[in-house]
Design a protein around this ligand. Structure first.
Ligand code: 5GP
Length: 170
């Protein structure tokens, strides 16, 4: 496996993240907002996005585990969902939404914890394999059904530190 064609350049990512930050800032003016990042993939996106949001936001990271051998993958919490989001607006920050099971799982958990609203912001949206229909409020880029790496996304633990998003090739 090796890094193939650049799908989204560093420059396009930077420009889009700035736009998303401005949009989020104007949507949540004067509201209590918590950003929830899903480790490890969202680390680059969250780091850049939160600095483009001009509001006093709370930032929390969570970790999920998915059991192997099942498809589309049964998900469980690798983190205790014991943080206080009751009465707050919550924005889930994801690297990529594929089948939608990850965001669906987190959305349900956060609603159960009493969040006022739960919305989703993803850098990448791969709609072709969607199983769980979820409304994604903020999308950086829609991409085709390719396995991508870079800007937080890995293959076997590698390539998260690329500044751009690339297609992984055989
Ligand atoms: P979902 O639960 O929506 O099916 O998948 C979300 C997770 O699958 C992402 O957070 C990511 O870890 C992984 N994933 C889905 N597509 C890709 C991809 O193209 N590249 C990488 N590196 N991970 C992916």
């Amino acid at each position: 496996m090796h890094i193939g064609k650049t799908l989204i350049s560093e420059r396009r990512i930077r420009r889009r993240v700035r736009e998303l930050g401005a949009q989020i800032t104007s949507s949540y003016l004067n509201q209590d907002l918590t950003l929830i990042g899903v480790l490890n993939g969202s680390v680059c996106f969250m780091a850049d996005l939160m600095r483009e949001i001009s509001l006093p936001v709370e930032v929390i990271f969570i970790r999920l585990s998915s059991y192997e051998g099942t498809w589309p993958g049964e998900i469980s919490a690798g983190t205790d969902f014991n943080f206080d989001v009751a009465g707050r607006h919550v924005l889930i920050v994801e690297d990529i939404v594929d089948t939608g099971s990850t965001v669906k799982f987190i959305e349900t958990k956060l609603s159960d914890l009493g969040a006022t609203t739960v919305e989703i912001c993803t850098l990448l949206d791969k709609p072709s394999l969607r199983v769980h229909q979820t409304r994604i409020r903020y999308i950086g880029f829609q991409i085709p059904d390719e396995f991508v790496v870079g800007y937080g996304l890995d293959y076997d633990g590698l390539y998260r530190n690329l500044r751009h998003v690339a297609i992984l090739e055989e």
